[in-house]
Write a protein of this length. Structure first.
Length: 575
């Protein structure tokens, strides 16, 4: 069992650390893993849960960013495509191929804009891109993927072929183009697994959620334990600000006045719409709206997901998918699927993530660069350590970004690189069975060892990858039973999560360790049952357990549009 207090005691006993990472999202966790791989003593902290901020709000895509080619971000796209391919290999339990189809309404629209741009002539950006432009972009995309190719090249389908395959698709297309990207089942779990992997790699790598940077002076950073209110002092040689959209506020806590980030929020909807889910099938539809924005729709964990918006936001704590965004996305999905009824009553949940983009004077959010960089603030003004701020970037190339910053850190520490992470498996992706035959053999072996049903073994493999073996072993070590209010989980499975996956609050379980909340599976009775299981494990009093339920209800209502009071005591879910 993880012992949070042991970690805190160890920090107090030895507060000196080579690197302190502030921020445990995908960028911070990627850097944590990279440094642990080099044997560097490193502490990663976050004021909230692992991956509770911007890293919990992506479009559930692992992609190269085809549309960024239009803005000349060739280096970023090449890097992202390469990292996408690596994630398909290194994290195959969570990252899966996603054929992506683009409906095209013309043959040549937008081509003139690109040609003019190439010779330095400014023209208005086209609202629609034609087949010729799509062909050029996808050819470049495939070329960038070639050195690490793991998926097929793009292909086109005639109007007749496209409408025969998808009768619900808009009629006014000339053809469709399909290229390959990837999707991720559990982005928050992937971040958690990197943190756990890192600590297993290096005994001097520690991570602590719910520990906020409160202040800094001289050689000391003071953390505040968000669960107890206690202060914890750390003496780092280097501080890395991996706060994403919160970089400037984190720097302020360190005593620095910066204006590095100009984030944009992206709202998403999860819909209970079987007709739309059937029309999407096993592909993503990447479509343009009448105002020229690009949106996406695909089936995520069995439900249709649509997104996203791109709206400037000053305070990332205020990021929610509001009513106007919901209306916009519901209207936008009618462009590719005009005959499918989509309305507010079908919205199960919403989520919004803030893109931590570098401050920019771009006139539109779409023109703001998605590239990343690391800015260094050298020791000054009472601080004896440098602060490295990891600015910008997309979710997908986190490993490459972490590798680049690690090289800077190693140089400052006078150390040499010991290992590379480009072929390093993540968590349950290690020894994951890729083919259907290998999967069946793996499941059969787990069934033989544990006497679990093949159905349950398969479900565990999907949720945890090969870590399912640990989960299953825990489940069968004592008497187990399905949850009373969710037949898709057992009591011992939830206990494993609570004991081994750094849970600090009840919302960690329903939003980031499982998909219960976003998938519409949560009821008041289920939430109460989860609190009942957590109470003795996390040493909550009756009042604390009740407060955890109230806290979670508020977060779901205010951040995700989920009102549990409307759900009453529904039939238990099968998950």
């Amino acid at each position: 069992m993880d012992n949070r207090q042991q970690t805190i005691d160890a920090i107090r006993e030895q507060p000196n650390v080579s690197v302190l990472i502030a921020g445990a999202g995908v960028v911070g966790a990627g850097l944590f893993r990279e440094l642990a791989l080099q044997g560097v003593d490193v502490l990663m902290v976050d004021r909230a849960d692992f991956s509770a901020g911007a890293s919990a709000g992506p479009s559930r895509m692992i992609h190269g960013g085809l549309r960024y080619l239009e803005f000349g971000e060739f280096k970023l796209v090449r890097e992202s495509v390469t990292e996408r391919n690596r994630l398909l290999v290194n994290a195959p339990h969570y990252v899966l191929p996603l054929p992506t189809t683009v409906p095209l309404r013309s043959w040549f629209k937008g081509l003139g804009h690109v040609l003019a741009k190439c010779v330095g002539i400014k023209t208005p950006r086209p609202k629609n891109r034609g087949a010729a432009l799509a062909k050029i972009g996808m050819t470049i995309y495939d070329h960038f993927s070639a050195p690490t190719r793991v998926m097929p090249k793009h292909k086109f389908a005639s109007r007749y072929e496209a409408l025969t395959r998808r009768p619900g698709l808009e009629d006014d297309i000339v053809c469709t183009a399909t290229y390959y990207d990837a999707w991720i089942t559990y982005p928050e779990r992937l971040v958690l697994e990197m943190a756990l992997d890192s600590e297993a790699l290096c005994p001097d790598a520690r991570s602590l959620s719910y520990a906020a940077v409160e202040s800094a002076h001289g050689d000391t950073v003071t953390l505040r334990d968000e669960l107890t209110g206690d202060a914890i002092e750390v003496k780092p040689q280097i501080v890395v600000n991996a706060g994403g959209p919160w970089i400037d506020s984190l720097n302020k806590a360190l005593g620095l006045d910066t204006a590095m980030i100009n984030g944009t929020k992206g709202g998403h909807l999860i819909l209970d719409n079987p007709e739309l889910a059937k029309a999407l099938g096993d592909e993503q539809v990447f479509y343009e709206t009448p105002d020229g924005r690009v949106c996406i729709a695909f089936v995520w964990l069995g439900k249709a997901m649509i997104g996203s918006t791109d709206i400037r936001i000053e305070n990332p704590d205020e990021a929610v998918c509001d009513n106007d965004e919901t209306d916009y996305m519901l209207q936008a999905i009618r462009t590719p699927f005009p005959r499918i009824e989509v309305n507010r009553s079908q919205v199960i949940s919403t989520f919004s993530g803030v893109r931590p983009l570098a401050r920019s004077s771009a006139s539109t959010t779409g023109q703001m660069s998605r590239s990343h960089r690391c800015d260094v603030t050298e020791p000054a003004d009472g601080l004896r350590f440098p602060v490295l701020s990891m600015i910008g970037g997309k979710w997908t190339p986190f490993r490459a970004f972490a590798e680049q910053v690690t090289n800077q850190i190693l140089l400052r520490l006078g150390l040499k690189r010991e290992a590379m992470s480009d072929a390093l498996s993540i968590g349950g992706g290690k020894d994951f069975p890729i083919t259907a035959e290998a999967r069946q053999q793996w499941i059969a072996r787990l069934v033989e060892r544990t006497d679990l049903s093949a159905e349950l073994a398969d479900r565990l493999l999907f949720r945890y990858g090969t870590r399912a073996e640990q989960v299953a072993g825990f489940m069968v070590s004592e008497q187990d039973a399905d949850l009373r209010n969710h037949a898709g989980y057992t009591r011992r499975e939830i206990e494993f999560i609570l004991r081994n996956e750094r849970v600090g609050h009840l919302d960690d379980v329903v939003l980031r360790r499982t998909s219960m909340a976003l998938m519409g599976e949560l009821t008041p009775a289920l939430l109460a049952e989860l609190a009942e299981i957590a109470q003795p494990i996390l040493s909550w009093s009756d009042d604390q357990a009740a407060a955890e339920v109230e806290r979670t209800v508020g977060i779901l209502r205010n951040k995700h549009g989920i009102d549990l009071t409307d759900r009453g005591e529904e039939e238990p879910s099968n998950g």
